[in-house]
Design a protein around this ligand. Structure first.
Ligand code: C2E
Ligand code: CA
Ligand code: CA
Ligand code: CA
Length: 273
């Protein structure tokens, strides 16, 4: 039994070493990718407007094209970028690319994701607004998605930063709404423009989640907030959400996230220009 125990420990130890090595390599590779401003790019997922019955906005989503490992998902590399203090660089690359797409498609609006660390940092609003100014893009066309925990936490400068951005016309959305620190009463006091209802609710919109989603949409309406459903995958979900009065739909049913050239072709072709 002792030998077996030692064996297990040795295997476990090797596994930890392996994980650590892989993690260090990813950190190293990410630094390099961000220094050279290569490999990191944005994909764009179309958002369907129920009111306009067409595509009117999109969300920029970061992608890492690793030369050896292929595409690495943001759920993997965003936390690493945060930990090694380089999330600002990721955000800057995505924003710059998104500004280029907005310049190419003058009638669409754009959503970007902000990490808690970015939104709390002192210079964030000015960095965003000066990028928009450089591209001559109306701040009203930009929406920044933040997570509920952050928006409600009041950490650092986030409240002040949100106020600066909103005063300039930038809109603020609560991402993954309903998960984590959700609380209807607290959301009512937030300086926000939209809630994005999390996919976990949308999955069950025809069943158990229906009354909850209905309550979220009614609450949003009463507060003058817009609603977007995330992760819409079926026609049945789409029909149910439109019937409940959801403003916008996003998900694989409408489109997966697309590369920059593909999204520009799609929006030009749809006559929305
Ligand atoms: P998110 O902001 O909640 O983005 C939605 C995620 O759901 C995206 O994953 C998208 O590809 C995926 N998705 C969209 N529709 C569907 C659907 O119908 N079914 C399914 N199964 N999935 C769907 P992605 O691109 O892997 O992004 C993951 C997360 O990484 C994002 O979640 C966001 O929190 C974060 N992220 C992405 N880009 C950035 C960025 O530029 N900055 C920061 N700070 N975070 C980012
Ligand atoms: Ca988002
Ligand atoms: Ca989300
Ligand atoms: Ca999410």
């Amino acid at each position: 039994a002792k030998a077996a125990g030692r064996n297990t420990f040795a295997i476990f130890g090797n596994h930890m070493d392996e994980l650590l090595r892989r993690r260090r390599k990813l950190e190293h590779d990410l630094r390099l990718a961000l220094e050279t401003r290569s490999q990191i790019e944005a994909f764009y997922q179309p958002v369907y407007s129920a009111e306009h019955k067409g595509l009117s906005s999109m969300e920029a989503l970061a992608r890492w094209k690793h030369p050896e490992e292929g595409l690495i998902a943001p759920d993997i590399f965003i936390p690493i970028a945060e930990e090694i203090g380089l999330i600002q660089e990721v955000g800057a690359i995505v924003l710059e690319d998104a500004c280029g797409v907005m310049a190419d498609l003058p009638s669409i609006s754009m959503a970007i994701n902000a990490s808690a660390l970015e939104l709390c940092s002192d210079g964030y609003p000015l960095r965003v607004l000066s990028r928009l100014a450089k591209w001559n893009i109306d701040p009203k066309r930009l929406e920044i998605e933040i997570t509920e925990s952050l928006a409600l936490g009041g950490e650092g400068h986030s409240d002040r930063n949100i106020a600066i951005l909103r005063n300039a016309g930038v809109r603020i959305a609560i991402d993954d709404f309903g998960t984590g620190y959700s609380s209807f009463s607290r959301v009512q006091n937030l300086m926000i423009d939209r809630i994005k209802i999390d996919k976990s609710f949308i999955d069950a919109v025809q069943g158990e989640s229906r009354p909850l989603i209905e309550a979220m949409i009614n609450m949003a309406r009463a507060k003058g907030l817009k609603t977007t459903a995330e992760g819409v995958e079926t026609d049945e979900q789409s029909d149910a959400l439109v019937a409940l009065g959801c403003d916008s739909l996003q998900g694989f049913l409408i489109s997966r996230p697309l590369a920059r050239t593909a999204i520009i072709d799609l929006y030009n072709g749809s006559g929305k220009r």
